[in-house]
Write a protein that binds this ligand. Sequence first.
Ligand code: PGA
Length: 261
Amino acid sequence: MANRRPVIAGNWKMFKTISEAGDYAVKFLDEVKDVTDLDIVLCAPFTALHALKNELEESIVHIGAQNMAWADQGAYTGEISAQMLLDVACTYVILGHSERREMFGETDQEIAKKVQQALAVGLTPILCCGENLHLREEGQAVERVQGQVSRALSDLSIEDLSRIIVAYEPIWAIGTGKTASSQDAQEMCAAIRATLTELMGRTAEKVPILYGGSVKAENIGELMKEPDVDGALVGGASLDPLSFAKLIKNAGPLVARMEGI
Ligand code: PGA
């Protein structure tokens, strides 16, 4: 039985002003305050993070960012450092999201440096990977995803590797309403765990692997039944506090997954 605590993370992408974020946090916390059997993370735009700090710091809802620079500080116009994220009470950071890879040209090398930087300051990286439709149809999805994971993580110590989260997000399922079947999600999450096992041995059993791509309150329960799917990274369905709280409550029953924690 898996010995991993599930994680549900919301990715707001480029939505919500400061006041919208503050209102959301108050309503959301009220809905989820009694949830104890999984970790909840809200990944907000940089400008909204301080509003989340005011409402959520030291609550059960963890705060995350959606990107970060690989450098400590310096002449990097427009970038945000890991230290700056700690300053606004972030404990998580999404790295290598497909929208950053596809639209902003992020490479595996840059993502690897960002993962190292996040770990160096104590942030938990949520490393994203995923194939596009063409690669899936050509039967190259597993190779692509395993390659992304190993290129991002191959320079890390086992101790560092044990502090990461991986999110499998097939590009064709993001924001399209098309979810991967639970079986497809399981197959890829198991393939990712096989790559992690090559890198870190049996400690790979401890790494949470999330699925992302059109996850909703209606399909989270099915996905969570799969043995290697340890939670979800949720975009569109995280934008409304009440429906995201419902999605989180529908992620159970979780007790069976968590024996031994
Ligand atoms: P979606 O986005 O839930 O809107 O498909 C997921 C993501 O990109 O993280």
